[in-house]
Design a protein around this ligand. Structure first.
Ligand SMILES: [Zn+2]
Ligand SMILES: [Zn+2]
Length: 421
């Protein structure tokens, strides 16, 4: 029997294979970029992934998980635990403005509206990277001590209205079971960091995201005689200001930051009528599940009590969205040396928290998980001025893909080696 590989002994194999696979990964990324699909509609992308995994001789390839997800299992040649790697596959209802030969011209319907479709969050890069990792690890499978589960996830940017989907649904359908996963890794490209840089953070990394709606009911009257009715516009305005005292006056900001934003305020039809009702919508972002619940309570109470004080009535609906994305402290600390070997010590940095949300959080609620950022703005450009993710001008420097392949491959192999009995 051969002695088991130490992680370092696979570094050379990983680096050589990542070099060789780079043109193919770029080609996949361009193909997926040119053919983007919205959440729960990733039919073509899922087929591409599933056929690729089957061609590589995977032990199992399960399709239609959470509508359009694909879960592939690759057993290594040595016994050991199970690690999962995740990529999201969905695009956004954004019309692309980047002038590349593989620009998306796809148009479709989203929640009843016509729209362009673009991989404006870089999930095309994530899918191509994980396809590359699949091929790389399949090529060295005899030397892998354990099993790698590949989770290609739909609808990270939320499914269409009225549908379920995404990571939550994949977990519910057993994506992390049979074989049972011991840890999960995932990455996200970001234009705010240069190519070659990996950004990470232990503990809370991305915020929870909850939507709230406030309906303020007054009594319609002539705008010249406000005393004859109840003005929901004035009451609603007081509520907007009241909600701004939650973070500034009620939350312990030494623990975690948070955000309460009213992003929509609708009411009234003309200058000389006080309307019956106004409607507000907003978002709550938090980095602690306790604070998240507390903020929701404050939103409800402040809206209702201010309305009551003005003689109006407020109804509050809170729609809980993604939880806080929390990197497991032990796993994060453990991952850093592997990332440093792949990216170079100087290219791995602790980054600030991000107020966006990620449904990778649902996987992390089940098993220890580590999620990190991969810079994707070319070194000769100013990353601080690059178009952000979700912009129609979002641009991925394809030189970043190889580090994505190497880092995920090495994390998987290292974790299996470290946790093999
Ligand atoms: Zn996004
Ligand atoms: Zn994303």
């Amino acid at each position: 029997m051969n002695a088991p590989d130490t992680p370092f002994s696979l570094d050379a194999a990983i680096a050589a294979a990542a070099d060789a696979l780079e043109p193919q990964v770029i080609a996949w990324r361009r193909d997926i970029h040119q053919n983007p699909e919205l959440g729960n509609r990733e039919v073509r992308t899922a087929k591409l992934v599933a056929e690729h995994l089957r061609r590589l001789g995977f032990d199992s390839v399960q399709e239609k998980v959470a509508h359009t997800g694909v879960v592939g299992v690759l057993k290594g040649g040595r016994p050991g635990p199970v690690v999962a790697l995740r990529a999201d596959m969905d695009a956004l209802p954004v019309a692309e403005e980047v002038d590349v030969p593989f620009k998306s011209t796809v148009r479709t319907e989203w929640n009843g509206q016509q729209c362009g479709v673009m991989h404006a969050c870089g999930h095309d890069a994530h899918t191509a990277i994980l396809m590359g990792v699949a091929e790389l690890l399949a090529g060295i499978r005899e030397r892998i001590p354990g099993t790698v589960k590949f989770v290609f996830q739909p609808a990270e940017e939320t499914p269409p209205v009225g549908e379920e989907g995404g990571a939550k649904m994949m977990v519910e359908q057993g994506a992390l079971k049979n074989p049972d996963v011991g840890a999960i890794f995932g990455l996200h490209v970001t234009s705010i960091y240069p190519t070659g840089l990996i950004g990470y953070r232990s503990g809370p990394l991305l915020a929870s995201a909850d939507k709230f709606q406030v309906f303020v009911r007054g009594t319609q009257t002539h705008a010249a005689m406000p005393w004859r009715g109840i003005d929901p516009i004035v009451v609603g305005s007081q509520i907007v200001l009241g909600l701004q005292t939650i973070v500034s006056r009620r939350m312990n900001i030494t623990q975690e930051p948070s955000v309460v934003t009213v992003g929509m305020f609708q009411g009234g039809v003309r200058n000389n009528i006080i309307p019956d009702e106004v409607k507000m919508e907003g978002t709550i972002r938090a980095f602690d599940e306790g604070q998240r619940d507390e903020i929701q309570e404050h939103v409800k109470r402040i809206s209702e009590m201010i309305a009551q004080s003005g003689g109006a009535q407020a109804k509050v609906h809170i729609h809980r969205g993604y939880p806080v994305t929390v990197n497991h402290a032990g796993l994060t600390e453990w991952s850093v040396p592997t990332l440093a070997r792949m990216a170079g010590e100087a290219n791995v940095a602790v980054i600030d928290k991000v107020c966006g949300a990620e449904d990778f959080a649902y996987f992390q609620k089940e098993v220890p998980g580590f999620f990190y950022f991969l810079g994707c703005t070319a070194r000769d450009r100013d990353a601080s001025r690059a178009a952000p993710n979700h912009s129609p001008r979002f641009f991925v420097d394809e030189d970043c893909l190889k580090l994505g392949v190497k880092s995920l491959s090495a994390l998987a192999v290292d974790w299996l080696a470290a946790n093999a009995a």
